[in-house]
Design a protein around this ligand. Sequence first.
Ligand SMILES: [Zn+2]
Length: 558
Amino acid sequence: MTAADILITNARVLTMDPARPKAEALAIAGNRIIRVGSQDEVAGLKAGHTRVIDAGMKTVMPGIIESHVHLFGGSVELDTLMLNGISGIDAIASAVADYRKAKPGEAVLLATGIAHEAMGEPITRQILDRMVPDIPFIVGCFDHHTMWANTKALEAAGIMKGRALPVGNEIVLDHNGIATGELREPAAYMLVQALTPTGGREWLGMTTGENPAPPATAAQRALDMNYFKQGIAHAASLGITSMHNMDGNWYQLELLQSLLDRGELNARVEIPFHHKNTFENARVEEAAEMRAKYGRHRTGGDMLHCDRVKIFIDGVLETYTALMLEGYPDQRDNMGAPLFTAEDFNDIIRRADRHGLQVATHAIGDGAVRRTLDAYEAAITANGRRDSRHRIEHIEMIDPADMLRLKELGVIASLQPIAGVGVPGNPPEPILSRVGQEKLPYAYAWQTLRETGAVIAFSSDWPVAPLSPFLGMQAAMTAVPMCEGCEPQAQSLMDTLHGFTAAGAYTEFMEDRKGTLKDGYLADVVVLDADMESTAKDQVVNVRPQVTICDGRVTFEG
Ligand SMILES: [Zn+2]
């Protein structure tokens, strides 16, 4: 028997393996778990070089699998002035002043995570000028749909008097035709984001799906790889060992492959081909080329892979762009803003499915979920049934008539508990008004979906929300019904943990090697500082990893 490199003892192991849900200890050799069992069963695997981690009777669980993140963008945001949760002009101004004192040499100031209403009045370039008059100052909304820029930034980008942009994108102008500072949607805000040190490269996989043009220089690549490393270190500190990315391009794959080649990739990452609505339908087949080079089948595929297409069918409820079956309660004729016709969407999904690719579709409104399920069903009709595991991202609303179709079609529900409207602390508006009383029982219907037998994977959508899975876990477990007659949607502890581990592995076609703690599986493990089973539901946000292990290597120690 091989000796262990790492022994975790004195633990309350939650294996997520139904055949053996609990254990006391586990042993790791190389990048594999060699034994999960009792103290006695692993004791004999100790050798001179073995590192023993005493878990202190706290929870040990599979490394967390984050099923929906934007890793590159999130990584860069860690290095910006983060305004999440700060409100009031004075509080924001003092955060800006403190940040500039701490980082005096910056040529451009980028702030992120602000809410639309954070200043108590519309955000304008004039307000931003009072805080930062001398250098470009750019403030991003947490939802990544809007940014605001001061006069220096607008001038440097050459857009003080606006510019013609693709439909849906806007440089907002005042009645004199001068920019107010508000920039709506990527084609508008990328013009000022180009002024930042990364030139906005971190969002290309989201906004255009294209690579940097002209190609990134060696220095730019080094800068961007460093951001990835920082973002992955942040993830490791939160117990995360795998991430499913939701934007992508060849450039991201190249950077992560370089990190992998250097032995510096400290989490498993999956990057999709992002099919934009600006592409010809047939271009989705480029995803098969990405898979040929980076698929999970290849050496290194357990650490970095591309086997999936990401696509958006609609927008979000807040801005009335989510696609509705029956219009918005206060705008009955407004069905939202689908990004593809049903015909084009069916054609794209059919093409991807024919190549054996998995598809993940962003669908928020009940009309979007219907259209996505219809396309997945049409692909089965055209190409035959296979183990496709197509996914739907978000599902904030679903028509009761569609509820059973996920299970029937083998579709995975990829949900973000932290965004739930019933989660204590989340403001109910504007979501309640967009959904309407009538449809509230089928909004954020996590448990109703689970009871249909559909597989449910959990995530954060970082940096739209903070990355911490413990925030998401608490949200999942503490959500309260939003109406009389609304079914409780709160999740049990074990279902919650399943959504952050085994379900993510299944979603990635890797349930045969990760997501549970089992002999022979990849050594992705997290040791927590609490016993999850005896932690009060409203205290889960305070749980911290003590040690994170990915691929047999310690990637974080608290
Ligand atoms: Zn997302």
